[in-house]
Write a protein that binds this ligand. Structure first.
Ligand code: FAD
Length: 448
């Protein structure tokens, strides 16, 4: 008989928590998980999945226009936001059911309520019940940050954006990261007038400069407005429900919707972490070692709450590695090198490895190969939008250390190419591969 109610208690049934719970149970552990909102977490309920479905929905605006150049007789088309919204939310419900089923079939007990830590082995549930566990895993994710400015309550975040009732005519998006640029594309394609307001003078920090400049240029040509170096002063709500966004050193912007996409902070507040002596860093992230163990022997943490790399596949890997380490007798660390990432903007971006600037700093001599081209489909469609592929090569070893792409389907192509970068293949290996013609991806093996 165990001294505890459970071998493992997971707080948060998102990407990391569900994977950790399921694999730990498969290793024979008695597992429970608490979820205060909906099983599936951010990615499934209000992140990657509904967002990508909106990106698909938005892309029809361009496809329908381009179809005419390909001979299709497309009558004037209208867009119905409520139809798309409700279909997307129905798919989210479907996935939520699948996630719950996964937990149930693996005999994981689900508590549909908030949980906090009462001690190194003790969990307090919102209902007042207390349970004990040999190990506790904190997988509570991250939460959208809203700047502390007057009238901020008139804006919404990505938590609410999937539920709005009407498609706004004028949207202001605060932020310059991937979520801001993705929603700028979505709202723009749905016909809204979009302004991105950013505190600094760049978008997509961390991505290769040439690639982000290309997105900026294409976005501006499409009609998306940008205000850089523009900190917010205050937000006023007019009697008719519209908003006036006041920014320092610039004209006020009138809009119908203000979306804050100003970063996500680790969801570590009010969790009772101090009751187990779990330490946080200065960003509020839970400090962990390479096996995701916190400063308390019996408490582990994975995913966004640890602020290592805030991406779903990373949270999943961390959850899986935790389960194998603690319950599978197979200690495993997550390898954080060469993690591919995407921005589902219009057009999208895919990237893996070092940017040109990083490679120059780290390696000294690098070779950079680029292909700046108009996709065949865009040429016939009269769409003046150029793709840019960029390969960064370590001059000393010929190893490809970075790939950065913007253009149609870039994330789909990049995922496959990331295998080559991760495997340490060389520019010569790419050159030795026969092109698949005609495709956009063939540019990767034809770089001169
Ligand atoms: P989450 O999935 O956030 O799960 C945490 C869960 O814990 C939540 O369900 C929460 O309700 C619950 N919880 C919190 N506190 C408690 C408590 N005290 N008690 C009980 N339950 C609690 N990543 C990608 O890889 N690709 C993308 O395209 C992408 N797009 C995104 C788009 C948006 C708009 C957003 C917001 C995020 C996106 N992400 C994307 C990031 C991705 O969603 C996260 O990295 C991922 O969900 C993190 O998983 P997690 O397990 O750490 O936390």
């Amino acid at each position: 008989m165990s001294d505890y109610d459970y071998d493992l208690f997971v707080i948060g049934a998102g990407s990391g928590g569900v994977r950790a719970a399921r694999i730990s149970a498969a290793h024979g552990a008695k597992v429970a998980v608490a979820e205060e909102y909906r099983v599936g977490g951010t990615c499934v309920i209000r992140g990657c999945v509904p967002k990508k479905l909106l990106v698909y929905g938005a892309h029809f605006a361009e496809d329908l226009k381009d179809a005419r150049r390909f001979g299709w007789d497309v009558p004037e088309c209208g867009f119905n936001w409520k139809t798309l919204r409700d279909n997307v939310l129905a798919d989210v419900d479907r996935l939520n059911g699948i996630y719950q089923q996964t937990l149930d079939t693996n005999s994981v007990t689900t508590f549909h309520e908030r949980a906090t830590i009462a001690g190194p082995h003790e969990i307090a549930l919102a209902s007042g019940e207390k349970v004990t566990a040999r190990y506790i895993l904190v997988a509570t994710g991250a939460w959208p940050m809203v700047p502390d400015i007057e009238g901020a309550e008139h804006g919404i975040t990505s938590n609410e954006v999937f539920h709005i009732d009407e498609m706004p005519k004028r949207v202001v998006i605060a932020g310059g990261g991937y979520i801001a640029n993705e929603f700028a594309g979505i709202f723009h394609e749905f016909g809204a007038h979009v302004t991105i307001v950013n505190r600094s003078d760049t978008i997509l920090r961390g991505y290769d400069t040439q690639i982000r400049d290309r997105l900026l240029q294409i976005s501006m040509v499409k009609g998306i407005n940008f205000r850089f170096n523009a900190p917010f002063e205050k937000i006023e709500k007019n009697e008719d429900g519209t908003l006036c966004v006041r920014i320092k050193g610039g004209d006020p912007i009138a809009c119908d919707l203000l979306l804050f996409a100003t970063g996500r902070q680790p969801n570590s507040k009010g969790l009772g972490l101090e009751n187990a002596g779990v330490e946080l860093d200065d960003q509020g992230a839970i400090k962990v070692d390479e096996f995701s163990k916190t400063s308390c022997e019996s408490v582990y943490a994975v995913g966004d709450v640890t602020n290592r790399v805030q991406l779903t596949p990373v949270a999943i890997r961390e959850g899986h590695a935790f389960a194998d380490t603690v319950f599978g007798n197979n200690p495993r660390k997550v390898d954080y090198t060469n993690i591919p990432s995407a921005v589902f903007s219009h057009p999208p971006i895919g990237a893996v490895g070092m940017t040109e600037a990083e490679a120059r700093n780290k390696l000294g001599t690098v070779k950079v190969y680029t292909s700046d081209f108009r996709a065949m489909k865009n040429v016939l469609a009269n769409r003046n939008e150029r793709a840019l592929y960029k390969m960064i090569v370590d001059a000393a070893t010929d190893k490809v250390v970075g790939l950065h792409m913007i253009g149609p389907d870039a994330p789909e192509i990049l995922q496959a190419a990331a295998v080559a970068v991760k495997a340490g293949l060389t520019k010569q290996d790419f050159d030795d591969t026969v092109a698949l013609h005609p495709s956009m991806a063939e540019e990767l093996v034809l770089l001169k």
